[in-house]
Design a protein around this ligand. Sequence first.
Ligand code: RB5
Length: 150
Amino acid sequence: MKIAIGNDHAAVELKREIMEYVTELGHEAENYGTDTKESCHYPKYGEHVARAVAEGRADCGILICGTGVGISIAANKVKGIRAAVCSDATTARLVKEHNNANILAFGARIVGSELAKDMVKAYLTADFLGGRHEERIAMISEIEEAEGLK
Ligand code: RB5
């Protein structure tokens, strides 16, 4: 899979580790984040990754900031994006199985690199279960559509 990875200044080192790990797992990691620790604005990186995923230039995304929250909130403003902040591997699996999250987010100031890798693996190896979950995803899309009409 082609995976778009974005980060702000709080997550430069973890992003590098995660890019390596994703490559080891046999995926193609594309860097959409900053590579310097100079303070920057996370919404920009959330948007870049979200647009890459929404436009089909990447199969899914990984976003990392200090907490994973700001960057995922920004990504979720892009139509069709379901970015989920996680801090454990079970949730990382379930956000794919139940929510069909197309971006996994986490915080470099919240989780260590081993846990981050476990979450990435759990997310990337899980499959959306469909069925009753499909209807709920459709309901989320309807909310998005209604917002667009305002
Ligand atoms: C940057 O200091 C920090 O605010 C950012 O990385 C993130 O945690 C925001 O949600």
